[in-house]
Design a protein around this ligand. Structure first.
Ligand code: DLL
Length: 432
């Protein structure tokens, strides 16, 4: 099901033409309205008239998160304040928060991107959308809200938290679509069980999850736990929020709304553009935004691109599920480790639950990595010997996948703290 069939099935040549037109206008806009861009383009000897096609994009300088911080709060806005109608911010773990703004037109486009995402996973105006992303400065709650409204669905703006109330609402209001982070979905699965409700008693049929990396193994757990189909939605505040890309019902990559955001994959060290299929850092250029049109924004997310037409009929470029961020990658004794690799290993092992925490430390100048993972209630009731054997087996599985020795500790059910938003799965004591 399409929300905007003409765009979603446009042939590549027409899409490139449309993108080129919009890119040219955007480059003019930032050159004329944002001092940082004018200075940077001048430094590179680039004038707006040099940008004629999408292939010229590679000659433009990158924009970094630090640029937003250095011009905090509104220094990169390319529209006057009287045209700005919404402000969001992402908290960020270090330094100042990143502030983003939207004109009325920006909000319309954003909600269309989210509405397209909903339609591509089979949502309709008959659905009841249970929006458990946080409402507020975070873009998740309101972004999903406006998109579902545009689709014509009935939105329940529950926001995150108060888990028991969420379960009652599932039951009483008959929510059919759940939107939240994958880690909160896992938490809700437990809460449903604790309230002696079976997923079969609920009307949920679809989940739209994102805002943090999650593996295919986690997808399977959530689909089983809630009796739904689980889809991946991606986005970041700097580009708009959720809806930059989303799975379609084929669950094979995320369709990028490329008439608004042009994706590139680059080598994070050299900045060179990589060919389709190769994995690298995702970079986005906004080509229709008015308030904050970022040019070649370095997301730090790792993904790859596929321009083949999807079996769903969409021609828009697909990005692979982001497996993590360059800045979340742990380097442990010289070996690169993504938390998502640990998650994949753990969730392929019987007797452990999808709740885990990774601690990295440096002891006597040597990096150490320890994983705590919760046992399922049945393993918990086994003998100490059986539990120790399981620990040994998990250590072995992690060693053969990651190529480093990892300490493993099985802990009792519900000992690892649950998350209502983005989960914090790693503590790196080396950074203290
Ligand atoms: O997390 C926007 C969002 C809200 C997306 C709700 C999806 C659903 P930020 O708080 O600015 O915005 O965080 C953006 O989160 O650069 C990725 O590292 C990560 N991220 C977002 N979606 C996914 C996903 C929102 N589906 C940062 N898979 C991004 C993996 C994701 N990582």
């Amino acid at each position: 099901m399409y929300f905007n069939k003409k765009i979603e099935t446009m042939n590549r040549e027409d899409m490139k033409k449309l993108q080129a037109e919009r890119l040219k206008k955007t480059v003019e806009r930032v050159y004329n309205n944002v001092p940082l861009y004018r200075e940077r383009f001048d430094e590179y000897g680039i004038k707006p008239e040099h940008i004629k096609t999408v292939d010229d994009l590679k000659n433009l300088p990158f924009t970094y998160k630090t640029d937003l911080r250095d011009t905090y709060p509104f220094g990169l806005f390319a529209a006057p304040m009287e045209e700005v109608v919404r402000i969001h911010a992402s908290s960020g773990t270090t330094g100042k928060q990143t502030v983003v703004g939207y004109t009325k037109n920006d909000l319309d486009i954003w909600s269309e991107c989210v509405a397209r995402s909903f339609a591509s996973v089979g949502a309709t105006n008959k659905d009841i959308v249970h929006d458990s992303y946080g409402y507020g400065l975070f873009t998740g709650g309101l972004g999903i809200h406006d998109g579902a409204t545009k689709l014509g669905a009935a939105v329940i703006p529950v926001s995150s938290g108060n888990t028991t109330r969420q379960v009652n609402i599932f039951k009483d209001f008959g929510s059919t679509i759940l939107c939240c982070t994958p880690s909160y979905a896992m938490y809700l699965i437990e809460a449903i069980k604790e309230n002696n409700i079976s997923a079969d008693d609920l009307k949920l049929r679809i989940g739209i999850f994102g805002a943090e990396p999650w593996t295919d193994e986690m997808r399977t757990e959530i689909e089983k736990g809630l009796g739904i189909k689980a889809y991946d939605i991606y986005g970041l505040s700097e580009i708009c929020g959720p809806g930059v890309s989303c799975n379609c019902y084929m669950q094979n990559g995320l369709h990028v709304q490329e008439d608004h955001f042009i994706p590139e994959i680059i080598d994070p060290d050299t900045g060179e553009v990589l060919p389709d299929g190769e994995s690298g850092e995702l970079v986005f250029t906004c080509i229709t935004k008015e308030a904050l049109p970022l040019i070649r924004y370095r997301t730090r997310d790792i993904s790859s691109l596929n321009r083949e037409t999807c079996e769903c009929g969409r021609t828009t470029v697909r990005m692979s599920k982001p497996c993590g961020r360059t800045d979340d990658m742990l380097i442990v004794r010289g070996v690169n480790v993504f938390p998502s690799q640990v998650e994949s290993v753990l969730l392929n092992i019987d007797g452990v639950s999808p709740h885990y925490h990774i601690t990295v430390d440096r002891v006597n100048n040597l990096d150490t990595m320890d994983v705590e993972v919760e046992m399922s209630p049945s393993l918990f009731s086994d003998s100490v010997k059986q539990i120790q054997e399981k620990e040994k087996m998990i250590k072995q599985a992690l060693l053969s996948t990651l190529n480093i020795a990892v300490g493993v500790k099985l802990v009792g059910p519900k000992t690892i703290s649950r998350s209502e938003g983005k989960a914090k799965r790693v503590t790196d004591n080396r950074k203290k």
